[in-house]
Design a protein around this ligand. Structure first.
Ligand SMILES: Cc1cc2nc3c(=O)[nH]c(=O)nc-3n(C[C@H](O)[C@H](O)[C@H](O)COP(=O)(O)OP(=O)(O)OC[C@H]3O[C@@H](n4cnc5c(N)ncnc54)[C@H](O)[C@@H]3O)c2cc1C
Ligand SMILES: NC(=O)c1ccc[n+]([C@@H]2O[C@H](COP(=O)([O-])OP(=O)(O)OC[C@H]3O[C@@H](n4cnc5c(N)ncnc54)[C@H](O)[C@@H]3O)[C@@H](O)[C@H]2O)c1
Length: 455
């Protein structure tokens, strides 16, 4: 039995941050990680997928030369992408540097799978057996999520991909069926299509990116279809077969789709029972672990990141980390505020949003006014021409005269979102936004046109 101040189970972005800050503050901290310190984001998610996207979008830009600047002879090659992911992003999926960063500031690292076995007690299964850790102040969970694999007949046991396989691939499949049209499915569908795969997205919901405004998902569907990516929305797979080098996906009774690879991108799952949170009296059958504004799930138990269900983003995990650290160190902090959470899906066009959608604002009983501007109709969009698809949508609480939500789709939609995130976060009056000067001819100047709809 080892006794310390805090045990952090799971060293994703937030857990790494909590563990490091507490160690720097002089606490005795043990960090427990079963796979790689840094978590999903640097090894299997944000960073490698954004490298894939950067490469894929470069190909698309080269493809636009014909319309704008002459001609270009482009040959796609996955080898530099795979090499960059292996060498630059993941160090060949080796976390030696990240572990050292933590131990150099006084943290103790244990490689293994942690499970809460009593309040303030974690038992870690390691390659050498079990280790029991007692945490005087408590336990912080940052164990993230795993890909959710739907219970479709025939799927289990087939060599399907999740994001973890897709980022490790050394070659582009000839053809790919993507099950799920959320951010993971959309980003990866476009990457592999731009590298030459024949791609079909099968999306159970009625549109792509259903968490975003309908206008965004509809626009992305148009862009995908124009690029030859088939989008099947509102359908689900009834049965899956794999034989030889081919998957067959049955849609309903009569239709089938075939492809060399199948990517499962149907969301994420958390197993609270496996983490043993029941020892704290917490409901282990819940889908996520509810926390308060200080990230407390129970007395002596904190959680940060995807496990809390407050939006699965690296920036959310890092944001929540600061509240857990403040609470553990007895420092005063206002509770976490989720009014203005920004999120960007890095397709081309990028789809960024912040705060409430129009539908959610109405559900909250607000008097809603919306404004919309199309990027191709803006001066910059018109100049940009090839690849100029996009829009700005604003959602105003008309009684308060402030924006409560906004969407920015476009070639730099995620960057334009920055201005809108400030407006929602700081509750800048709509009248003040309308008086602002927007540089000509920028993409963000389309915000001014959308504001004109708000009177
Ligand atoms: C393909 C893809 C692309 C994404 N792109 C973006 C993006 O561009 N921007 C963005 O903001 N977000 C993105 N996300 C989401 C982002 O990856 C997560 O929100 C982020 O990793 C934060 O997760 P987390 O802090 O909850 O922990 P995670 O990163 O999930 O890490 C949790 C860690 O806990 C470990 N662990 C789990 N159980 C145990 C246990 N019992 N004992 C010990 N260790 C354990 C795991 O091995 C893992 O390393 C993407 C996700 C995916 C799947
Ligand atoms: N750029 C980013 O910030 C980024 C990128 C990727 C992922 N993420 C985050 O990671 C998390 C996981 O992303 P995701 O896209 O896997 O999950 P998601 O839950 O956002 O989307 C999954 C989609 O799959 C569909 N689906 C579910 N079951 C299905 C089935 N059986 N057949 C067909 N479709 C089905 C759903 O309708 C849903 O739209 C999200 O919270 C996301 O925000 C963020």
């Amino acid at each position: 039995m080892t006794e310390v101040d805090v045990v952090v189970v799971g060293m994703g972005p937030g857990g790494e941050e909590v563990a490091a800050q507490l160690a720097r503050a002089g606490l005795r901290v043990v960090g427990v990680e079963s796979r790689l310190v840094g978590g999903e984001c640097p090894y299997f998610a944000c960073v490698p997928t954004k490298m894939m996207i950067r490469a894929a979008h470069t190909l698309a830009e080269a493809g636009r030369v014909g319309e704008l600047a002459g001609s270009a002879d482009v040959h796609a090659d996955w080898a530099p992408v795979a090499k960059r992911i292996r060498d630059e992003a993941t160090d060949d999926w080796d976390d030696t540097v990240a572990v050292r960063r933590f131990t150099d500031i006084g943290g103790t690292f244990v490689r293994g799978t942690g499970r809460i076995t009593a309040p303030r007690e974690v038992t870690v299964s390691t390659s050498d057996g079990e280790q029991v850790l007692r945490a005087r102040r408590g336990v912080v969970l940052n164990t993230g999520t795993d890909p959710a694999v739907p219970p479709i007949e025939g799927l289990a046991g087939t060599p399907f991909w999740t994001n973890r396989d897709a980022v490790r691939t050394e070659e582009v499949p000839r053809s790919l069926i993507v099950l799920g049209g959320g951010p993971v499915g959309c980003e990866l569908a476009q990457v592999f299509a731009r590298f030459g795969a024949q791609v079909t997205v099968v999306q159970g919901a009625q549109r792509l990116l259903p968490r975003d405004e309908p206008e965004a998902g509809e626009l992305l569907t148009e862009v995908f279809r124009e690029a030859g990516i088939a989008v099947r929305a509102g359908v689900t797979a009834s049965k899956i077969e794999h034989a030889g080098d081919e998957f067959t996906v049955h849609l309903g009774d009569s239709e089938t789709l075939s492809a060399q690879r199948l990517l499962i991108a149907t969301g994420r799952t958390v197993d609270l029972a496996a983490l043993g949170v029941g020892a704290y009296g917490v409901d282990e059958s819940a889908r996520t672990l509810a926390v308060d504004g200080r990230m407390r799930a129970a007395d002596g138990l904190w959680a940060v990141g995807d496990i809390t269900g407050e939006g699965a983003f690296t920036h959310m995990s890092m944001y929540q980390a600061r509240f857990a650290v403040a609470d553990i160190l007895d420092r005063h902090a206002e509770p976490a505020d989720y009014r203005a959470v920004p999120r960007v899906t890095f397709t081309d066009p990028e789809v960024g949003s912040v705060g409430l959608s129009e539908a959610d604002a109405k559900k909250q009983g607000l008097t809603v006014r919306t404004g919309i501007a199309r990027i191709p109709s803006s001066t910059r969009g018109w100049i940009h021409k090839a690849g100029n698809e996009g829009l700005i949508k604003l959602v105003e609480d008309a009684d308060a005269g402030v924006l409560v939500g906004a969407t920015s789709v476009g070639p730099t939609g995620g960057e334009v979102l920055g201005a809108l995130a400030v407006a929602v976060h700081a509750k800048v009056p709509t009248a003040t936004l309308q008086q602002m000067i927007y540089a000509y001819p920028t993409f963000h100047r389309a915000i001014e046109s959308a504001l004109a709809d708000l009177g």
